[in-house]
Design a protein around this ligand. Structure first.
Ligand SMILES: NC(=O)c1ccc[n+]([C@@H]2O[C@H](COP(=O)([O-])OP(=O)(O)OC[C@H]3O[C@@H](n4cnc5c(N)ncnc54)[C@H](OP(=O)(O)O)[C@@H]3O)[C@@H](O)[C@H]2O)c1
Length: 316
C-alpha cells in the first residue's frame, strides 16, 4: 500500500517535472533549414559548451566553420569531433586568446590572410569568473566585451565585402543585474560576488554594444543580434566555489537546458531569414524580447563604444 502510494507520488512528480521542462526549461527550437553552403562562419569559444554545439549545427548546414579557441589541444579536438559528426571537412581550429589584445590582433591578421570570406561572426566565448587579463583589465570585461569589440572591428571590412552578413553576440539575461560604471567597469576585482557582478556588467556591455553596432552598421547590409541562450549546463560554472556546489549543481541539473537547446537562439539569429529589420535587438528562445530599459540606453551605448575604442587602442 505504502509502496503503491510512493510510486504514484513519484509518477506525479515526474509528470509535473516533464510539464515544467517542456514548457519553461527546454526553450524553443530553431526550425529553419537554411543552407550555409559557400558561407564562412567564425565562432569564438567553440571548443565546448554552447559554442561547440552551435558550430556543429552550422557545419551540418554546409558552412566552412572556423573555431577560434585559446587552447590548441581542445580546439583541434573539437574541430575533429565536429568534422566527424557533421561529415563536413571544412571545420578548422585557429588560435585566439581573448584575454590578450595582442592575440586578437594576431588572430585577425591570420584570419584575413587565409580566409577570403566572413559571412557570420558569432561572439560566443565567455568567462564567468576571473580577475585580471594579460592587458591588466577586468577579465570578464575584456574577454566578454572588449576583445570581441576589437575582433569585430578588425573583421568588419571583410564582412562588408561579403554582405549580407551577420554578427551574433552571445549575451545573457544576467545583463539585467549589470551596471555600467565607467570609473570602475574595467578594473580587476577579487572575490566571487565581485566576479559575478563583473560578469553581469560585461553582459550588459554586450547588449549595449549590439545596439550601438546596429546603429553604426545601418545601410551596410550587416546586421547584428544579442542572444540569451537560457540557463545551460556547460563548463561556465566550473569555477563556482566548492562550498556552493552541493546546493547549486542539483538546481542547475534540474532547471537548466542542455547545450543543444542552449544553442538554438544563436543558430536562429545566425540563419533565420527575415529578421534583418530587428538588427541590434535582443533574442531569447528564438524570439524577439524587450530587454530592461538600462540595456536600451543609447547615450550609455554610445559612450561605452567610445570608451571601448580607447581601451583597445583604436582611438586616442
Ligand atoms: N551557460 C549558461 O547558462 C549561459 C547563460 C547565459 C549566457 N551564457 C553565455 O554563453 C556563452 C558560452 O558559454 P557556455 O555556457 O558555453 O560556457 P563554456 O562551456 O564555459 O564555454 C565558454 C567558451 O569560451 C572560451 N573562452 C573562455 N575564455 C577565453 C579566452 N580568454 N579566449 C578564448 N576563448 C575563451 C572557453 O574556452 P576554454 O574551454 O579554453 O575555457 C569556452 O570555449 C558565454 O558568452 C556565456 O556568457 C551562458
Amino acid at each position: 500500500m505504502v509502496a503503491a502510494e510512493a510510486l504514484a507520488g513519484l509518477a506525479l512528480a515526474m509528470g509535473l517535472y516533464a510539464l515544467l521542462y517542456y514548457n519553461f526549461i527546454k526553450g524553443a527550437s530553431c526550425k529553419n533549414e537554411t543552407s550555409l553552403r559557400g558561407k564562412t562562419v567564425l565562432i569564438t569559444g567553440a571548443n565546448t559548451g554552447i559554442g561547440k554545439t552551435t558550430a556543429l549545427d552550422l557545419a551540418r548546414r554546409g558552412a566552412r566553420v572556423i573555431l577560434a579557441c585559446r587552447d590548441r589541444g581542445r580546439g583541434e579536438s573539437a574541430a575533429y569531433d565536429i568534422r566527424r559528426e557533421s561529415g563536413n571537412n571544412e571545420v578548422l581550429f585557429m588560435s585566439l586568446d581573448l584575454a590578450s589584445f595582442k592575440s586578437v590582433r594576431a588572430f585577425a591578421t591570420a584570419f584575413l590572410r587565409s580566409e577570403p570570406r566572413l559571412d557570420i561572426l558569432i561572439n560566443n566565448a565567455g568567462v564567468g569568473f576571473g580577475s585580471r587579463s594579460e592587458d591588466g583589465f577586468n577579465l570578464a570585461f575584456q574577454v566578454n566585451h572588449l576583445s570581441h569589440f576589437l575582433l569585430t572591428h578588425l573583421l568588419l571590412e571583410r564582412m562588408k565585402q561579403c554582405a549580407p552578413s551577420r554578427v551574433v553576440v552571445v549575451a545573457s539575461s544576467g545583463h539585467e543585474r549589470g551596471k555600467i560604471d565607467f570609473q570602475n567597469i574595467h578594473k580587476p576585482v577579487d572575490g566571487q560576488m565581485a566576479g559575478l557582478h563583473s560578469y553581469c556588467n560585461s553582459k550588459l556591455a554586450n547588449m549595449l554594444y549590439t545596439r550601438e553596432l546596429a546603429n553604426r552598421l545601418e545601410g551596410t547590409n550587416i546586421t547584428c543580434y544579442a542572444v540569451h541562450p537560457g540557463l545551460v549546463k556547460s563548463d561556465i560554472f566550473r569555477h563556482i566555489p566548492v562550498w556552493l556546489k552541493p546546493l547549486f549543481l542539483p538546481i542547475l541539473w534540474l532547471f537548466s537546458r542542455d547545450t543543444i537547446n542552449g544553442a538554438q537562439t544563436s543558430i536562429y539569429c545566425a540563419t533565420q531569414e527575415g529578421i534583418e529589420k530587428y538588427s541590434g535587438r535582443y533574442f531569447a528562445n528564438c524570439s524577439l524580447q524587450d530587454p530592461k530599459p538600462h540595456a536600451q540606453d543609447d547615450a550609455v551605448a554610445k559612450k561605452l563604444w567610445e570608451v571601448s575604442e580607447r581601451m583597445v587602442g583604436l582611438a586616442n
